[in-house]
Design a protein around this ligand. Structure first.
Ligand code: PAF
Length: 285
């Protein structure tokens, strides 16, 4: 496994692989890898000839008050894990390499990013789409893999690729959970024992929503209310949003008629966690 820090070197490698007619898979990450990331890499390995993982904590997707400085980092352990899954190249550029002095071009997807997480994190998705657009243009992958825990990110990137006519297949992979049901996230590391116990209410509330749906409830407000009540019982939890929306464009719906998404963001102590489940339809990828 090769570790590449320079953009020019990464471009050269993928250019050569493309010339050989090989299929390139990319798994973009911010490092501190967990089983969720590894599941994306395993799929990337199966579906492509070569697998590239990028590790870059992208400063422009964090708000001023957010945890960019504290975001967990462990490149050595990440390299070990990536090697075990069979990653061919880790692309780990510096901030200077990605955003040199004078950088002033940003990619923005509009409507889909203005709801859910976009309300409390107004510049977040612009930061994500800009860095992912750069990674796509540097690596030039055929396939790119994203976890559906960040469902809004996944549909936003799909939209960007469609709108910009890039020939990249954006693949969404199922949420990977800890044994107790907590969705895997690098930020779980911030949780104290009590907070972690409270955080389990997120997954429990999704189970409740699925149960209500199975019982025939289609009124989104009713399901959202049940979910909010369950999470609200946790003293350490502060709900940012609980929303059922259209799975394709994240638009508001009052009744679940076809495929819908229940998405939520909750602060447990100082840690902001997101989770979601799909209601009424096949999984999207
Ligand atoms: O999901 C993430 O880890 C990040 O948002 C991504 C896609 C790697 C962009 O920085």
């Amino acid at each position: 496994m090769e570790i590449v820090n320079r953009i020019s070197q990464m471009q050269k490698i993928s250019r050569e692989w493309r010339k050989e007619g090989k299929t390139i898979s990319l798994v973009p990450t911010m490092g501190f890898l967990h089983k969720g990331h590894l599941s994306l890499m395993e799929e990337g390995k199966i579906r492509g000839d070569y697998l590239i993982t990028s590790i870059f904590v992208n400063p422009i997707q964090f708000g001023l008050e957010e945890d960019y400085g504290d975001y967990p980092r462990d490149l050595e352990q990440d390299c070990k894990l990536a090697k075990e899954v069979g990653v061919d190249v880790i692309f780990a550029p510096s901030v200077q390499e990605m955003y040199p002095k004078g950088f002033q071009t940003f990619v923005e997807v509009e409507k889909i990013t203005e709801t859910l997480c976009g309300i409390c994190r107004p510049h977040h998705f612009q930061g994500v789409t800009t860095v992912v657009a750069k990674l796509f243009s540097i690596v030039n992958p055929h396939l790119a893999f994203f976890g559906k825990k960040d469902f809004q990110q996944f549909v936003t990137i799909k939209r960007m690729v469609l709108d910009l006519n890039w020939e990249i297949n954006v693949i969404g992979m199922p949420i990977v959970r800890e044994e107790d049901g907590l969705a895997m996230s690098s930020r779980n590391k911030y949780l104290s024992q009590d907070e972690r116990r409270s955080a389990l209410s997120l997954n429990r509330s999704l189970d409740l929503a699925k149960k209500l749906y199975q019982e025939g409830i289609r009124d989104t407000e009713k399901i959202e209310r049940g979910v909010k009540r369950l999470i609200g019982e946790e003293k350490l939890a502060e709900i940012e949003y609980v929303k059922i929306c259209n799975k394709v464009d994240l638009g508001e719906i009052s009744q679940i008629k076809s495929e819908a998404l229940l998405a939520l963001a909750v602060k447990i102590g100082k840690t902001r966690l997101i989770d979601n489940c799909e209601l009424g339809g096949e999984e999207q990828n």
